[in-house]
Design a protein around this ligand. Sequence first.
Ligand code: IPM
Ligand code: MN
Length: 360
Amino acid sequence: MPKILVLPGDGIGTEVTDVSLKVLKAIEEKYNTEFEVETALFGGCSIDEYGVPVTKEVLKKAKDSDAVLLGAVGGPKWDKLDYDIRPERGLLALRKELDTFANLRPAVVYPALKDASTLKGEIVEGVDIMVVRELTGGIYFGTPRGITKLPNGEEKGVNTLVYTTGEIERIARTAFEIARKRRKKLTSVDKANILEVMELWRKTVTRIGRDEFPDIELEHLYIDNAAMQLIRRPKTFDVILADNMFGDILSDEAAQLTGSLGMLPSASIGKSGAIYEPVHGSAPDIAGKDIANPIASVLTTAMMLRYSFNMDRAAEDIEGAVRKVLDKGYRTADIYQPGTKRVGCKEMGELIIEEVIKSP
Ligand code: IPM
Ligand code: MN
């Protein structure tokens, strides 16, 4: 039986993951299939219980699972802790342990939500972008890192942005392959005008494109320009390839095109494992109030079914159900507009499940 390790995490992570598990149940029934689902503590709640954001046992369980379904981690309660044991570090450790180097973050503007964005409807209408973010290298992992004391009493903070050719090649190939199945355009983002490591990034992506993917149109943008073009001409983007930090930033920006960070799912894929997590965080300010948007998590579940279990039909059922519920005018608070029907997290989940069951 396929194994899923569920790590709801902190804040709204638990609420949205609850909804996803119910959607998963509906899929199991509909397709007469079964998953072995195990839940564990991760992030801040793991710190409270075990003193660390992720235990060795949980890392091992993650490795032994076919997929990890994650909610969100972190919150003000743990922000004062040493960097080494913060909730976010658990997430980085998990990504590294499973070597999930490719983070896929699709930003799709649903027709019903074209006016929910802070950008004009005509600019975002029809936007369908896949951000491919390198996830296990770059400045989030590079060494040396840390804060040291200087003889004069000042402190010095250091992080290191480092990429090897091999790391760039594998993420570039992933991005090119995805582009090949879509509209055949890849925009690679870097800062090659200033940083040597990014010069290597651009050179390597260019070579892979020329030698292995001549059918894909390749565009290079500097990160500053990319940030601007993404809100200026979002429809011209198909696949965006970026390193860990730039991809982190651009995927939040892309989320805003869709109306809310609460809409964005993601899949983190590697050779030996996969982690599925919404792009949004734990949103402690709205946690426990049943007002969070579960759609990102639900769409993340769809990505899991598609990429880890080859259940394309089931994934489409879920994505179609989300579209229908939005078309019918149901909205959580983050995407609410006058004239639509406001619902809570749980109710949004029930509406989606109803449509999943109804779909042929
Ligand atoms: C994300 C988040 C994480 C990241 C944090 C919580 C470590 O912002 O998944 O985008 O920076 O990768
Ligand atoms: Mn982020």
